[in-house]
Structures are given as C-alpha cells and as structure tokens.
Ligand binder design. Structure first.
Ligand SMILES: *Cc1c(COP(=O)(O)O)cnc(C)c1O
Length: 386
C-alpha cells in the first residue's frame, strides 16, 4: 500500500512488488490519524514550551501511567531495553549473577541480562499459555541466581503468584518484561507493580506506542524508583553531582506528550483488540488459537496461531495480500549472539517448536471486522487445503 509509513513497511510486513499487500500487519498511521488534532496540539505545546528534556510533560505522563498501572512510581526512559537494563542495575544484578528468563521471548529480555554482565538461564514456557512455566523455575535456581524475568508475552499476563512464591523462597527479585501488555490484568489487578520492577516499551508498534522510541519502569518501591531515576540521568540526583556511572536514557518530552494523549484512548483500543481476538477464537478452524487462563485478562498485543505447516500458510496468505509475521523465528538460545553459551539445538524444544509453528495474524485497534473476515476465511481455507 503506497504511502504507508516506512516503519510500517519495514517492520510490519508490508510489501511492495508484484502484488500489493491489501491488509497490513498493523496500520500505525491510522493510530495517528484517529487522534491527529490532539497529538498535533500536544506536540505544539511541547515545542512552544521551550522545555525539551524531562520536565512537566515527562512528569505528567509518569504520574498518569503509574496511576493507570496501579503502581506508585513510573520512571520514563528512552526505550524498553533500557528499562530492563536499568532495572537490573538498580537491583544490583551484575557479572557472575544468573537471571532466569523465558526460553521463548523477544531477544531484548536476554540482551538486558547480558548487558549487565549476568548470565541468562532459560526456562521453557507452559505449552498452553506460552508464558514461562512456574513449575520449572525452582529447578533452574542455583546459588548464583539473583532474579527472574517474567515476560507477559503477546499481551497475556504470566502466572505471577507462583513466580513470586519461588522468588520469595529463594530470595530472588522478580522483574516483569511488560513490553507487550499495557492494560492487562492478573487476577483483577493491572500489571504494573506485582514484581520489584515492571519494564515497559512504548515502541510505536506496542499497544501504547509513541512516535519513536520510548520506555518506562513502574514499581511500588520508592528506593528502586529513585535509583532508576538517577541511573537514567547520568547517575546524578542533583545536577553536576555524580554518584554512579549512569547513562543518558531519558524519556523525551515530545514522546511523553504523545503518550499522554494515547493513554486516554488505550482502554478503547484494547476493547477493540479484545473484540477482534474473540472473533478469531470463535471463527478460526483447524489451527490452534491462544488459550486464556481464567485469571488473565489479556490485551492481545499479538494474535498468534500455530500450524505445523506454518511457512506454507504464511506464503499463501501473503499471496492473498494478507501480511503476517513470526514472533519469533529464532529462539534466543540459537541466536549467533549466544553462540558462546554453548546451547544446543534441541535443548529447549518448546521454544524451538514455537519458532517453527507460530504465526501472528493482523490485530490492532484499526483493523476492521471486514478485513478480519477476509483473513479468517483465507486462514480457514488454507488450513483445510495444506
Ligand atoms: C519490544 C520489546 C522489548 C524492547 O523494547 P524496545 O523499546 O524496542 O527497546 C523488550 N521485551 C519485549 C518482550 C518486547 O516485545
């Protein structure tokens, strides 16, 4: 579709060429157009304020997002990866430590652990929910283990209570990678302050997305909040007084202003995602659809099906002009970055199997039921044929 944003083209499965994609994976531009006057006004307000680093726009968003997440504190940072890295640093996790991570996650979860010099120790997911299997976590704990990172994958909360119990029993920290689950609830409480630090990405394609990179950490712990706040700003609490080797990872006020606008619309957008997810679950046949535990209220960042002939299905859908994506095609333990860790193929079979069979269908607040009907019909027909 000519005229779509470059970002959409590169990252959301739009293609140009012999056949023009009719249904994009995610229409980012529609999210801007729906709120155009509000977003334009917010951007103009920042430009006219003359205040371009931290300041009131960032503080307003931090306050609003903390409240939204039922957390006491929110610290805006530059992106989701930094949110994870700075949380690990604030909790003093360092070289020689081990951190338990899901075997099936976006690489950022693992890279954050590596960035502080610690070792990622993978644990396989629950077969049905795709989130880390709490019953396997205790077995992965060693003397060096300092923390668990739970990822709320695809917008579905991980089972936090048993993870908190293992953490308590072994004196570990629980960090949540919440980059895909803005607004989700676990047993009726919003994701945002169950663990010690909850890490958010506001990358444009996330459920709450900025118009560029942005991230944040929410927590109920004032001390952790203060440390992250210092670390994101040169390790300084007071200008020109430097306590630790911090970094520059501040949330940009322009992005904060955009996020404040979008936050007010997040629940309506989530409601739309939920309607679409229900329609997929009700109408798709011959493919496995996600399972939702009764304690979870997911926000459907992605709608992921499984099929043994995934690649063939993906190609056929592409031929029909339907863009799909794979989350994720290579599990972290088989990435070249981790070749020195000597993981073997077959060592984490569930993660490997998911990488071979998972396929993400278009979902987002601006996908029409009409377009979704086309997708459902195509998937059902292809599943019956291949
Ligand atoms: C997007 C994402 C991140 C990283 O966020 P960035 O803002 O792109 O750095 C981390 N973890 C998960 C699970 C994500 O989906």
């Amino acid at each position: 579709m000519i005229g779509k944003s470059l970002l959409g083209q590169q990252w959301y499965g739009l293609t140009f060429g012999d056949h023009v994609t009719q249904i994009p994976f995610l229409d980012l531009r529609a999210g801007y157009l729906e709120l155009r006057s509000e977003i334009d006004a917010a951007v103009a307000r920042v430009l006219e304020s003359g205040w371009y680093i931290l300041g009131p726009e960032v503080e307003n968003f931090e306050q609003a997002f903390a409240t939204y997440c039922e957390a006491e504190h929110c610290i805006g940072v530059a992106n989701g990866l930094d949110a994870l890295i700075l949380s690990l640093r604030a909790l003093e996790i360092e070289a020689g430590d081990e951190v338990i991570v899901p075997s099936n996650t976006f690489i950022a979860t693992w890279l954050a652990v590596s960035a502080v010099g610690a070792k990622p120790v993978p644990v396989e997911p629950d077969r049905r929910s795709y989130n880390i299997d709490p019953s396997l976590v205790a077995d992965a704990v060693t003397e060096k283990t300092r923390a668990i990172i739970a990822v709320h994958l695809y917008g579905q909360p991980a089972d936090l209570d048993p993870l908190l119990a293992v953490a308590r029993q072994h004196g570990l920290r629980l960090i949540e990678d919440a980059a895909q689950c803005h607004g989700a609830t676990y047993k009726g409480k919003r994701i945002g302050a169950h663990g010690d630090a909850v890490c958010w990405s506001f990358y444009p394609g996330k459920n709450l997305g900025a118009l560029g990179d942005a991230g944040g950490v929410t927590t109920k712990d004032a001390e952790i909040a203060a440390r992250i706040s210092m670390l994101r700003n040169y390790g300084s609490r007071q200008k020109y007084v430097n306590e630790e080797p911090g970094v520059n990872s501040r949330l940009d006020p322009l992005q904060a202003a955009v996020l404040s606008v979008k936050l007010a619309h997040l629940d309506a957008w989530t409601a739309q995602r939920r309607k679409l997810a229900d329609r997929y679950v009700d109408q798709l046949r011959d493919v496995s659809v996600p399972f939702v535990p009764n304690w979870a209220d997911p926000v459907w960042h992605l709608f992921v099906i499984q099929h043994p002939k995934r690649d063939r299905m993906m190609a056929r859908l592409q031929d029909k002009g339907i863009a799909t994506m794979i989350h994720y095609p290579i599990p972290p333990h088989l990435q070249q970055t981790y070749s020195q860790n000597a993981f073997k193929t077959g060592e984490f079979p569930l993660a490997e199997n998911m990488a071979e069979q998972m396929l993400s269908l278009p979902i987002g607040p601006h996908l029409s039921f009409e377009d979704q009907d086309v997708i459902i019909e195509a998937v059902n027909r292809i599943a019956a044929e291949i």
